[in-house]
Design a protein around this ligand. Structure first.
Ligand code: ZN
Length: 127
C-alpha cells in the first residue's frame, strides 16, 4: 500500500471513529429501555444528521478520497504536450481547490503526458 493511500486510509478510519461517542452515549442511555436494535437506529440517525455535514466538508476541502477528482476522458485526439495522436486522452476537471469545469478549450493529454503533468503539477491539464 502506497504511503499516500495508507495516510488516506488512516484518516478515513479516524473519521469513522468520530461516530463512536454518539454510539457509546446512545448505548449507555437507551439500550436498557429501547433494546439494541432501536438504540442502534437512533444512534445512526443522530450520526447521519451530524456526519452528513462533516463528510460534505471533508469531500469539498480535503483530498482524503483523492479529492473526489473528476476526470474527463476522450478518444482519438492529439496530445496537448507531445503532439502525438492518442487513442485516449485525459484531463483533470475538478478536485479540491481546483476547478476547470468551465474551460472553453480544454486540453487533453495522452496517458504518459497526463501522468507526468499530474506528478509534476498536481493536475493533468494546462494550468
Ligand atoms: Zn503526450
Amino acid at each position: 500500500m502506497k504511503t499516500t493511500l495508507r495516510k488516506r486510509y488512516l484518516l478515513y478510519l479516524v473519521r469513522w471513529q468520530l461516530s463512536t461517542p454518539i454510539l457509546a452515549v446512545c448505548v449507555w442511555l437507551l439500550t436498557d429501555s429501547l433494546g439494541a436494535t432501536l438504540t442502534t437506529i437512533i444512534a445512526n440517525l443522530i450520526g447521519g444528521l451530524i456526519f452528513f455535514w462533516v463528510d460534505q466538508w471533508i469531500f469539498r476541502h480535503t483530498d482524503i478520497f483523492h479529492g473526489g477528482e473528476l476526470w474527463e476522458v476522450r478518444d482519438d485526439l492529439v496530445c496537448a504536450d507531445c503532439g502525438k495522436g492518442s487513442v485516449r486522452g485525459y484531463r483533470l476537471v475538478k478536485k479540491a481547490g481546483y476547478d476547470r469545469s468551465e474551460d472553453r478549450i480544454p486540453e487533453f493529454r495522452c496517458h504518459d503526458c497526463s501522468r507526468e503533468k499530474y506528478e509534476r503539477d498536481g493536475h493533468g491539464d494546462s494550468s
